[in-house]
Write a protein that binds this ligand. Sequence first.
Ligand code: IMP
Ligand code: MG
Length: 179
Amino acid sequence: MAYSLGKILIDKDRINQMVTRMARQISADYKDEELVVVGILKGSFIFMADLVRQLNMPIIIDFMSVSSYFENTRSTGIVKIIKDLDINIHDKHVLIVEDIVDSGLTLSHLKELLMTKDPRSLKLCVAFDKPDRRKTQIEADYVGMVIPDEFIVGYGLDYAGKYRNLSDIWIMESDGGNK
Ligand code: IMP
Ligand code: MG
């Protein structure tokens, strides 16, 4: 099935407002506590960069890279760790920053894994949430926007490696009808 860029779902001004609102909430919740912010590559890189620049507490940045295997636009639920954390998160406040939660399999897997490292606290922050497609029970602590069951690109999110650099969020459309 071929996919191409459809229309804009969320423009950059709304994304800006969303990030500012989330950063205020996170800053209020952690106050001056040191926070380890773990970005999940590659999808979170733009969201993470925007978010951390609006946080007021002392921040330590780390990244993990995982790959979820896809068949077309559907995640298979198989998650592989490509790059693990560099730092020790034992007894640290940790915030995982992810681009989108869809089936929920990636985040529930990651959360389980990071919990074994004994952080002082562990919370999840996602830019976008597609609750209709959940296959496992997981709720992010901070959610930017709830979106319909569409495949989106831009603002860090890709389709087959492309479109991450778009400033707005776009919907991918299948050329042949059925998704
Ligand atoms: P999940 O494990 O199904 O919750 O989703 C895992 C990953 O699939 C996310 O981190 C994204 O990288 C990717 N993903 C899910 N939905 C979309 C989408 O609409 N656009 C781009 N990537 C997506
Ligand atoms: Mg991702």
